[in-house]
Design a protein around this ligand. Structure first.
Ligand SMILES: Cc1ncc(COP(=O)(O)O)c(C=O)c1O
Length: 345
């Protein structure tokens, strides 16, 4: 029986077409800025988001951390949501890499309002850390794939401009957000100073994220990437997978969203499920009643299905490129069966 892995959208394997593109890549030494495929990926990603330049990095953690490092000074503060990846899942990198404190807000499933951001900008007083950067996440992983509209982003950007604060986006799943809003990605360049774009999540590349921003910010970012050991040599083989993903996989995100919604709908009818967060993109988060996450995951494993515990009583499932309609049917049947047996117990 085939394993069905819904732990994350990072679990995908390159498709034959992607592997072929990787095999055919023209490469050079990217630390000498001589890899034409990496260049193409950086330029293409920057152009998509209306930015001047891009920097290819091994991971989304690195692009986020570099963005924070180049837009803050030690002793300053970063405003972000309490669910944000940069705060929860990057190993304390804001403190470690940038020597900054964090102001955590409680947005609507991680989506912040311009008002709450403005209220949390510190006054100019030596007792407080100086607010230096606002960081959004779109979609919000821990918010169950919730997303910002351009209108919301525009009003946050207005507050940032008024207070002369740069605005960073953790866009690990920005294409998932854009698939729902149908808004033009180029508009993001007007509002954000830096965007981290992941190629290894819903887009299905094996590795890599691109940080996009102005020419001068990306020059600074290149220095920080070097000191973090993120300069790669013939990285074009990997960048080719990213280019292939940008060229072929964006429209497929809608399928991931459709399948996630079908699972969420089914979960709402099961007796062991307490609440399901609204499922708008490819992330399904639900809480359990009468069953621990460990028990539930063990039951799922009996059907060769994997998900992950997410918080004390919650489970996360993520749909992705390697999850098809036949697998969806298997998941629906397994959930129904687990529920039936659980009621009987
Ligand atoms: C919202 C978000 N940002 C950043 C990252 C970091 O990406 P990476 O695993 O490539 O470091 C992830 C990873 O899952 C994520 O979900």
């Amino acid at each position: 029986m085939k394993n069905i892995d819904l732990r994350s959208d990072t679990v995908t394997k390159p498709t034959p077409g992607m592997l072929e593109a990787m095999m055919q890549a023209e490469v050079g030494d990217d630390v000498f800025a001589e890899d034409p495929t990496v260049r193409r990926l950086e330029e293409k990603t920057a152009a998509i988001f209306g930015m001047e330049a891009g920097l290819y990095c091994p991971s989304g953690t690195m692009t986020n951390q570099i963005a924070i490092r180049i837009q803050t000074q030690p002793q300053q503060e970063v405003i972000c949501d309490k669910r944000s990846h940069i705060y929860n899942y990057e190993g304390g990198g804001i403190a470690y890499n940038s020597l900054c404190s964090v102001r955590l807000l409680d947005g609507n499933r991680g989506v912040l309002s311009a008002e709450s951001i403005e209220e949390n900008i510190n006054p100019n007083n030596i007792h407080h850390p100086e607010t230096a950067l606002v960081a959004l996440e779109n979609t919000v992983n821990k918010g169950g794939g919730s997303y910002y509209t351009l209108e919301q982003i525009a009003s946050i950007s207005e507050v940032c401009k008024k207070h002369q604060l740069p605005l960073h986006l953790d866009g690990a799943r920005v294409f998932n957000a854009l698939a729902v809003t149908q808004e033009p990605p180029q508009a993001y360049g007007k509002y954000f100073h830096t965007i981290s774009v992941c190629l290894s999540k819903g887009l299905g590349a094996p590795v890599g994220s691109v940080l996009v921003g102005s020419q001068s910010l990306i020059e600074k970012a290149r220095r920080v990437r070097k000191v973090l050991g993120g300069g790669m040599r013939q990285a074009g083989y990997l960048a080719a997978a990213g280019l292939y993903a940008l060229e072929h996989h964006i429209p497929l995100l809608n399928e991931d969203h459709r399948r996630a919604k079908v699972i969420a709908k089914q979960l709402k009818n099961l007796t062991f499920v307490d609440q399901v967060l609204p499922t708008e993109t490819n992330i399904i988060i639900f809480s359990l009643k009468g069953l621990t996450p460990a028990d539930f995951l063990q039951k799922l494993r009996a059907y060769h299905i994997q998900a992950i515990p997410f918080g004390k009583n919650e489970i996360r499932m993520v749909t992705h490129l390697d999850f098809d309609d036949a697998m969806l049917e298997e998941v629906l049947a397994a959930l129904k069966e687990i529920d039936r047996l659980w009621i009987k117990d």
